[in-house]
Design a protein around this ligand. Structure first.
Ligand code: AMP
Ligand code: MN
Ligand code: MN
Ligand code: MN
Length: 295
């Protein structure tokens, strides 16, 4: 099957999604099923970006090869910066490295220790056997995440829905938002660069930061060697994108695009996201390391 090349600009870009999840982390579809859905929706270039793991990459790559999709190995790494949990998408054009595998082993350990702390805190709020309940919701042995605890809170009737679980107990600044286990932002960027990868700041608009503080985050991110940020994550207002483009430009960052798809049936789908208004930011697939992927 002939491979389609990506255009040099954001105009008329389609069939690309550089941020999606599978059952290797908190997504609902297996890596193979995700690739099949991408194929059926016309996605030709994708990155699988599970939280703190590359465990889904082999299955996804095999499935992508079968249907003629270009798949970039990647992971969405959890980090902390000035007391805020920050996500970094590590795009790995040359594949997993020894360094990244070591780093992900320590991320998995951090996630396990963190899940015990989250469970302890939710038990203090009245959710008995929180760890076992979250494990049951996960339905597999992978390291737990906050969505598993959110589902456990809903299942136990402590809150009516996931949104309330995050708003009251697990979202930014709440008791269940445990971030002390995560490495510093600069470490995560180092691991990515040592792996011949590109560090992309995920969804810069979703950390609840003021524009000024977001500027400080971008300062720190670029200073530490981060090279790109998501210019569009799912659906967002065009004026907001224009303003973010200005901030990326000031920091000399490439722009990435992704849906942050987790499960079918919601408002997000693989490959669907807001379009990019005319701006000066360079697409991340123009990065020299991305030549083979884009070509
Ligand atoms: P963790 O990786 O354990 O820190 O969990 C973070 C994940 O929780 C995110 O990647 C989302 O998938 C999910 N999440 C965050 N906020 C919300 C929310 N308000 N409602 C539903 N899911 C959320
Ligand atoms: Mn997630
Ligand atoms: Mn994220
Ligand atoms: Mn994500």
């Amino acid at each position: 099957m002939p491979m389609i090349s990506l255009p040099d600009t954001f105009d008329a870009i389609s069939g690309l999604d550089l941020h999606m999840h599978s059952t290797a982390s908190d997504g609902a579809l297996t890596p193979g099923a995700l690739v099949a859905l991408c194929h059926s929706r016309g996605v030709t270039h994708m990155a699988l970006t599970d939280h703190d793991t590359l465990a889904g990459i082999d299955e996804a790559s095999a499935a992508a090869d079968r249907v003629g999709i270009r798949l970039l190995p990647a992971a969405e790494l959890s980090a902390q910066w000035r007391g805020v949990t920050i996500h970094v998408v590590a795009l790995l054009p040359t594949g997993p490295s020894v360094k990244m595998n070591e780093a992900l082993t320590s991320q998995a350990e951090a996630r396990v220790a963190r899940s015990k702390e989250i469970a302890r805190r939710l038990e203090a709020l009245g959710l008995e056997n929180a760890l076992a309940r979250a494990r049951e919701q996960a339905g597999s042995e992978r390291p737990l995440g906050r969505p598993d605890f959110a589902r456990a809170l809903v299942e136990a009737g402590v809150v009516p829905d996931m949104a309330t679980a995050f708003r009251k107990h697990l979202g930014a600044g709440k008791r269940g938002d445990v971030k002390a286990h995560w490495p510093y932002l600069s470490d995560v960027i180092d691991w990515t660069r040592q792996s011949n990868g590109i560090a992309v700041l995920a969804h810069p608009l979703r950390y609840g930061l003021t524009r000024r503080k977001r500027g400080l985050l971008l300062d720190a991110f670029a200073e530490a060697g981060g090279e790109a940020a998501e210019l569009v994550s799912g659906f967002q207002n065009a004026d907001v994108t224009r303003d973010l483009a200005r901030q990326l430009g000031e920091h000399g960052l490439y722009g990435s695009l992704g849906s942050d798809f987790h499960f079918p049936g919601g408002h997000l789908a693989p490959g669907s996201m807001s379009s990019v208004p005319r701006c000066d930011v360079l697409p991340v697939w123009r990065h020299p390391l991305m030549h083979d992927f884009a070509g």
